[in-house]
Design a protein around this ligand. Structure first.
Ligand SMILES: [Zn+2]
Length: 64
């Protein structure tokens, strides 16, 4: 099995082929979800007293 193929699938879902527009993801959905995941992990790992600054921007990626 050539590694090239594995490298061309979305790094988030690892199922869909990467879309050039959203590399290294297959879609904007996966990109946003990956970023959200990292952000969430950061907050937990860092645990810094950053006030109660909740991201009120909203996350429109939730609605299907
Ligand atoms: Zn994906």
């Amino acid at each position: 099995m050539p590694d090239e193929l594995a490298a061309r699938v979305c790094v988030f879902c690892r199922r869909q082929p990467v879309d050039d527009a959203w590399r290294p993801f297959c879609s904007e959905r996966c990109k946003l979800q990956d970023l959200a995941r990292w952000a969430d992990g950061k907050y937990r790992v860092a645990g810094e007293p950053r006030d109660q600054h909740e991201p009120e921007d909203g996350d429109p990626a939730e609605g299907d």
